[in-house]
Design a protein around this ligand. Sequence first.
Ligand code: B1M
Length: 210
Amino acid sequence: MTLEKIVNSVLDADLDGVEGLVKEGLEAGTDPSVLLKEGLIKGMDVVGDKFEAGDLFLPEMLAAAMTMKAGVEVLKPHLAGEDSKAAGTAIIGTVQGDIHDIGKNLVAMMLEGAGFEVADVGIDVLPEDFVKAVQEKKPQVVGLSALLTNTMPAVKTTIDALKEAGLRDQVKIMVGGAPVTQEFADEVGADGYATDAAGAVNIARGFVQA
Ligand code: B1M
């Protein structure tokens, strides 16, 4: 079955094979979001679990991430949607100290697909660089991604920096990433929290319609 093969291709970091498998899934009529969630993301979850258990190491995790990215590239035109009306402006980045970018890239891609103009400020972004980006781009939405327990405090530092710069009331802030919860979002004073990229789009839409 293609989904299982996709999971294994991420696990085995089969960079050559993954594109063909995702194409095969699309040609067979499998929903792109199923290929993403039950294929590529599931594969990464297994990789994460194996890493945590000490059965797999950093270079393998990196190779799996590159494989997942190659698979996402094939899915991109099918996931992004066709809503080309400008819905609003968003900036998004992974917070200081954190270099995980696959989830953040998916959120950015889905926001673009939903008609948002998105400025992706990258990974390991200092609070002051988020502040600069808000001053320059004047977005309605700021998205902060954190994948590590020990970079979650940087979400708060970033929100505090926006407050100190007098910009907090001009933007709606949404947060996300595997260790982030609604409770954490409330604690740090974010306006919204999403568990996945589709949820992030719904929240951002709600922000600009409000
Ligand atoms: Co890292 N890593 N990693 N890693 N890594 C995790 C996160 C970990 C859970 C693995 C594990 O131990 N099970 C663990 C964190 C433990 C913790 O703190 N709780 C971990 C660790 C420990 C580390 C290092 C510290 C390892 C080391 O050096 N010893 C190190 C830290 C580097 C750093 O950032 N400073 C590290 C490094 C790496 C790689 C570089 C090798 C690589 C990243 C490559 C890259 O991103 N370009 C990597 C990877 C690949 C992972 C796992 C396996 C996969 C992450 C991923 O891409 N998932 C991960 C385990 C796991 O998550 N299962 C793990 C797929 C992606 C689609 O999901 O990013 O969750 P995710 O995004 C989702 C949602 O979270 C949400 O929507 C996305 C789409 O559905 N979302 C948002 C994300 N951002 C959002 C923002 C929003 C809204 C929703 O609004 C703004």
